[in-house]
Design a protein around this ligand. Structure first.
Ligand SMILES: Nc1ncnc2c1ncn2[C@@H]1O[C@H](COP(=O)(O)OP(=O)(O)OP(=O)(O)O)[C@@H](O)[C@H]1O
Length: 639
């Protein structure tokens, strides 16, 4: 599980989804397009061809597009779901799906139990749901709360600055009606609007806003919730919009965020303050502000540091070659390094913590890795002598994010692929979650890159082939990993220590996709532009990340970086879509490799290669080097 999430340290993981939603015959179709297509197509899996194909087999049946709100949550703008009888054979299957979809955005501890119309009428069957209408989901025993839910359906997040009154959601009503709702929303939230209901974007505001991650501390009992939020022109064209974005991010118990302070206690009254020096902010509703609020407890400081931790080096050398991002190392790893591994007493302690069935079956050994929430140790099956990896997840560290851990396990249980680390078994205790996983003992790809600096084309082909086949498999199940990076790729090594292959691990951010996702998450160096733009994203973000990795394998540094380690500049570079293959580092790389990288790093997801396109690319063929001559140099004129 990796919580280097951009949006919040309580990272973003949502759930669920529709099975068999794969790519259409047109290789470049996006998830959004597929969402449209699925309504009138039936999926037939071609066994002979690796690719899933859509074949129209029956008259088109249109999905009902329905928006679902969270009961009592006027800030949640709802989720739109296409409802088709093929997809939901029972009302319960719809509520189960809604539970998985909503858990990313709202608190629903017992899941969706009841669906109401906006007027509070209980919905009992699928046929009662009307196309284009909105409904309210409530949990167990919750009475219906009458609110103007549709007002929140047009939050600033769904407002496009670039187009006149267009809404990001295709199922939104007419611009006029949407405008009314937007205007109503802004009025109820104290914002000013222009005559036509658009948010007033001051030229000054326009100038100050740039993609920037800030840390927000939610007022409350210490240790307080610490979140990360990406502010950009889309969600923060005005101060009011920024406050609404913060409200949505931290979900204050007391409703709207009304006051924000910097750590020095200065009240934030102008938009530019979010883009000045301070990057830690304290958010309040109507509560009183006390001086001691600005003092951080140890746990809070740790969370803030974690938020700030960027894998981009701040000690960049001058010179043409950008450096690799710095690997985040966890506390346990450091501890392991200084103590030379886990001592006997520590091991005994852990063995005592193990649930009885695991204690009977395994001997626990030394620490082999750690993350923010888990320590991973070697363990050995007492009967067979086979080694496994035991991941011990500390539930206390995951407080409030339990559903992400559950999602990680749920996703892993479904997977069975030679290039994906398999989950052997799991055991739960009130404080810990124990996962027994396949052991991949060669460390991670980050360390291999650090050791090798860069890889030959055949080695890069092998590694990217393994990674892409894992991604293609995930995508065939409509699962997006969302945190593909060298640290999450475990390496298999041969007896001579050479890299033989890799396996994909860490499904902490993985989620099933059946509508464009919005949660901003991932790791900055590998994040796709559509995530930063917050226009909704899908499976192709994994291909982008794999493209970044292929670029790194071939030349030893990332395609997008910031010379001084500034994260905002990194985002600007990603958004600029300027992909360069600078000499001398790329001079000896073949044209085929460069072509593949360029297709994996296309800024428009609909033009970007899908995972199977990558596998089909000529450069991926083992014969490529032979066909083209071993040292096909990249000729700039032929690009
Ligand atoms: N199956 C495995 N075999 C060998 N080593 C593993 C395995 N799984 C994890 N590790 C090692 O343990 C480290 C931490 O694991 P993982 O990233 O899953 O933990 P996490 O707490 O979820 O991490 P994060 O901080 O990224 O959320 C990995 O970086 C890797 O080095």
């Amino acid at each position: 599980m990796n919580f280097t999430s951009l949006l919040t340290v309580h990272s973003q993981k949502s759930k669920r989804m529709e099975n068999n939603l794969s790519r259409s015959g047109s290789r470049s179709s996006s998830v959004c397009e597929l969402e449209k297509d699925i309504s009138d197509m039936e999926i037939i899996k071609s066994r002979t061809n690796r690719r899933s194909v859509f074949v129209r087999t029956q008259p088109a049946r249109k999905a009902k597009r329905i928006r679902f709100f969270r009961n009592g949550d006027k800030f949640y703008s709802g989720v739109i779901i296409p409802v088709l009888p093929e997809r939901y054979r029972s009302f319960d299957s719809l509520t189960a799906d809604l539970t998985r979809v909503l858990v990313d955005n709202v608190t629903l501890p017992s899941g969706v139990r009841t669906i109401y119309s906006l007027e509070g009428r209980k919905i009992g069957k699928l046929d009662d749901l009307e196309d284009g209408q909105s409904y309210v989901c409530s949990g167990f025993g919750e009475p219906f709360k009458r609110l103007d839910y549709e007002a929140s359906a047009v939050t600033p997040q769904s407002f496009r600055l670039s187009g006149p009154e267009t809404l990001s959601d295709s199922a939104s009503p007419s611009p006029a009606r949407a405008n009314n709702r937007l205007s109503k929303y802004l009025q109820t939230n104290g914002s000013t609007t222009t005559g036509n209901g658009s948010p007033r974007v001051s030229p000054a505001g326009d100038n100050v806003v740039r993609p920037r991650i800030v840390t927000i501390i939610r007022n409350g009992v210490k240790p307080r919730k610490v979140c990360r939020l990406l502010l950009n022109k889309r969600n923060s064209p005005t101060l009011e919009h920024a406050l609404a974005a913060i409200t949505e991010c931290i979900k204050l118990d007391t409703g709207c965020v009304r006051k924000v302070f910097t750590q020095s206690g200065t009240s934030v009254t102008a938009l530019h303050q979010f883009f000045d020096e301070d990057d830690v902010f304290f958010a309040y509703g109507n509560e009183r502000v006390n001086q001691e609020d600005f003092e951080l407890e140890f746990e809070e400081s740790k969370a803030v540091l974690q938020c700030r931790k960027t894998p981009i080096t701040r000690n960049s050398r001058s010179g043409p070659k950008p450096r690799m991002p710095v690997k985040a190392s966890g506390a346990a790893r450091k501890e392991n390094e200084t103590t030379g591994g886990s001592g006997d007493s520590e091991q005994t302690q852990l063995a005592n913590l193990l649930p009885h069935p695991l204690r009977l079956k395994y001997n626990v050994g030394k620490i082999i890795g750690d993350g923010n929430f888990a320590v991973v140790r070697i363990c050995t099956d007492k009967t067979t002598g086979k080694d496994y990896a035991l991941k011990v997840i500390d539930k206390a560290k995951c407080k409030g994010k339990e559903h992400y851990v559950e999602a990680e396990v749920r996703v892993m249980r479904k997977l069975c692929h030679p290039r994906i680390v398999s989950l052997i078994e799991e055991q739960d205790s009130p404080e810990w979650l124990f996962l027994i996983m396949e052991l991949v003992s060669g460390g991670d790809l980050f360390d291999s890159i650090a050791a090798a600096s860069k890889f030959s084309e055949p080695q890069s082909r092998l590694l990217i082939g393994h990674l892409t086949s894992a991604i293609a498999y995930l995508h065939s199940l409509s699962i997006v990993h969302r945190d593909i990076k060298p640290e999450n790729l475990l390496v298999e090594v041969g007896p001579d220590g050479s890299v033989r292959g890799l396996k994909l691990a860490d499904f902490g951010l993985a989620v099933e996709v059946w509508h464009p996702l919005q949660a901003v998450c991932g790791t900055p160096t590998y994040v796709a532009p559509e995530i930063l733009l917050e226009t909704g994203y899908g499976l192709k973000i994994d291909v982008w990340a794999a493209g970044v990795i292929l670029y790194i394998l071939l030349c030893g540094f990332p395609p997008f970086s910031s010379p001084d380690g500034d994260q905002e500049k990194l985002f600007d570079a990603i958004l600029s879509a300027r992909l360069e293959f600078p000499a001398p580092h790329w001079e000896r790389v073949s044209a085929g490799a460069i072509d593949l990288v360029a297709n994996m790093l296309r800024p428009q997801p609909e033009l970007r290669f899908a995972a199977e396109d990558v596998l089909d690319h000529a450069w991926m063929s083992e014969d490529y080097d032979e066909m083209c001559g071993l040292h096909t140099w990249y000729d700039e004129d032929s690009s």
